[in-house]
Design a protein around this ligand. Structure first.
Ligand code: C2E
Ligand code: CA
Ligand code: CA
Length: 562
């Protein structure tokens, strides 16, 4: 074995028994490559055993003693560990028959004698590049963790299948793991990976050997299924029964039936996932199907998204205020600012419709800033007009917490309107904690140092952890309305609400109950020792002018006392 020239990276194996020919080719190739020489097929195979991973290309003579070129080619192509190496066959003649013969034996290309150096070098370079690109594509074809197709390859495969079988109706079926992030946090990344592999197996079982299945993103999977299989598949997968090996896992499925093949595959997949996402958190629903209802909802969402910037600029958003009462003497203790949108075409909209959308598309930070500023403006005006000094709570969404300059923004707002930071209560939800504990701990401390009062909103609605109460220094715990609305008034029964209120007292936190609708609920709250209450029983959220009438009563009392 001869190594010609210094090691320069790419290496060509030259298989040729005729010494003169070998010398000729070697001189040409070694201008650009490392060359290893072999005098027959047998020797070449030995060399390959050791160097197959570093050989980029083979030049092969077909007529050789010991093992001829075609036998060598057959061996090479039948060994999957080296079948991908391109082979250029060299022959004496340039007859078409020779060329066809070479190619049919698995040669990649063919060069006749006499050798023309520039052509040989170009061919070598092209073949090596082609092969390297192909290797790269291969890497992107499969998902490493599960061995299913990658997203891009899935699109391609689906498109091919749709083009081939025009007579069959298909559907895109996808799955998404409910709360996969929480699962990962609790059980660890390795267990999470294991779950993902199980899900991949589930797809393989569902679709069989030739199924077109892919992992789409972390915990998202999809496949192409024939529509005729859907009824049976749905019967199996809509039951609440847990899947083997996936007992802690809940899968949400989305189905998009392909009716119009002109829709790009990517879009079909988006739609399938949209349905899957639309049933998130619905305990008893496993499968969602893309239909006209969902389509209309998406169109409405699109209309909302398209008009939100203008709406903010044109003042279509307004702030409503819902009063909050102190339970010891039933006086108004403050209010919560809640956004409303009076849309020129869609009409009056409650935040339930647009806030979740704004949280997804990021616009929430702009709207929140607007609401904060309107609130500060009002507080300033009330102060100037001699209304009682009340505090107003504003909602601070998760995205706001992630903004570096939130504390600074808040401080400059209150400074600009000449009000006290303690007049602005900030309601944060625990989801920010679940996602990024350290950040929220730091931000809350910083805001409190600046004098703001921090409320934990919707406590008990998500994955509240007692640990969070310990780590994040809130001032006020705002109990989710589920608490009061499911509370049974059985005397003597140890209630969850009593426990939470006592816990809050023990942590030196005040408590606010929201969603109080009846007198019985109010009495119950007094009984367990809750400090404040908010709800329809007292008042709905009111337009500012109406709220000011309530405030005026307090103002009158102040004036009477003077
Ligand atoms: P939230 O912060 O939990 O606000 C309380 C919601 O409960 C309000 O709904 C309020 O109108 C409603 N509510 C008050 N009393 C009762 C009652 O006795 N019974 C019942 N069933 N409901 C009651 P709203 O105004 O529709 O707001 C919904 C959610 O939208 C809010 O929940 C809050 O998370 C969000 N939101 C509203 N305005 C803003 C805002 O300016 N910024 C941000 N980030 N979120 C906002
Ligand atoms: Ca709130
Ligand atoms: Ca709330």
């Amino acid at each position: 074995v001869l190594f010609r020239s210094d090691f320069r990276g790419k290496c060509i194996l030259l298989v040729e028994d005729n010494e003169l020919n070998r010398e000729l080719l070697c001189q040409i190739l070694s201008q650009e490559y490392d060359v290893i020489e072999a005098e027959n097929g047998q020797v070449a195979l030995e060399i390959l055993k050791e160097h197959k991973n570093s050989i980029s290309l083979i030049f092969l003579d077909v007529v050789m003693p010991v093992m001829d070129g075609y036998t060598f080619l057959n061996r090479l192509r039948s060994d999957s560990s080296m079948s991908f190496i391109p082979v250029v066959v060299t022959t004496q003649s340039s007859s078409e028959e020779d060329e066809v013969n070479a190619l049919s034996h698995g040669a990649t290309d063919f060069v006749p004698k006499p050798y023309r150096p520039q052509i040989i070098l170009h061919r070598a370079a092209n073949l090596i590049e082609l092969r390297e690109n192909a290797a790269m594509v291969n890497q992107f074809m499969y998902d490493r963790l599960t061995g299913l197709f990658s997203r891009e390859y899935f699109y391609q495969k689906v498109q091919e299948r749709l083009n081939e079988s025009t007579g069959t109706s298909y559907a895109i079926v996808c799955s998404n793991v409910e709360n996969f992030k929480v699962y990962n946090d609790i059980f660890g990344i390795r267990a999470g990976d294991e779950v993902l592999r199980r899900i991949a197996d589930l797809f393989r079982e569902m679709m069989g050997e030739n199924g077109i299945c892919a992992r789409y993103g972390t915990d998202r999977f999809l496949c192409l299924m024939r529509q005729e299989r859907l009824p049976e598949w749905m019967r199996v997968h809509s039951s609440a029964e847990k899947l083997p090996g996936l007992s802690n896992i809940e899968l949400k499925w989305g189905v998009y039936k392909i009716s119009n093949r002109a829709v790009p595959v990517e879009k079909m997949c988006d739609r399938a996932f949209l349905v899957a996402d639309s049933i998130k958190g619905r305990y008893n629903q496993r499968i969602g199907i893309y239909d006209d209802v969902l389509r209309d909802k998406l169109l409405r969402e699109q209309a909302i998204t398209e008009s939100m910037e203008t709406a903010l600029a044109e003042g279509q958003f307004s702030v409503y205020l819902q009063p909050k009462y102190w339970l010891q003497n039933d006086t108004m203790a403050g209010a919560e600012a809640l956004a409303r949108w009076i849309h020129p075409e869609l009409g009056f909209m409650n935040p339930g419709e647009f806030i979740p959308l704004f949280e997804k598309n990021g616009f929430i930070t702009k709207l929140d800033r607007y609401v904060w500023e309107q609130t500060c403006k009002k507080l300033q005006q009330w102060r100037q007009e001699g209304y009682p000094d009340i505090a107003v709570s504003v909602n601070v969404s998760r995205a706001d917490v992630y903004q570096e300059d939130l504390p600074e923004t808040m401080s400059s707002l209150v400074a600009q309107y000449g009000i006290e930071p303690r007049q602005l209560h900030l309601e944060l939800t625990e989801s920010a904690y679940t996602e990024n504990p350290n950040q929220i701990i730091a931000v809350v401390d910083e805001l409190r140092n600046r004098g703001f009062v921090i409320e934990m909103d919707d406590f008990g609605s998500g994955y509240s952890s007692l640990n969070m109460l310990n780590q994040v220094h809130f001032d006020i715990l705002k109990l989710d309305m589920k608490f009061i609305q499911t509370e049974t008034a059985k005397p003597g029964e140890m209630s969850i609400m009593r426990f939470v209120v006592n816990l809050a007292k023990w942590l030196n936190l005040s408590t606010v109950a929201e969603g109080v609708e009846t007198k019985a609920q109010l009495e119950r709250l007094r009984d367990v020792g809750c400090d404040y209450a908010q709800g329809y029983y007292f008042s709905r959220p009111l337009p500012v002018q109406e709220f000011e009438k309530l405030l005026a009563a307090g103002k009158k009392r102040l004036e009477d006392e003077e």
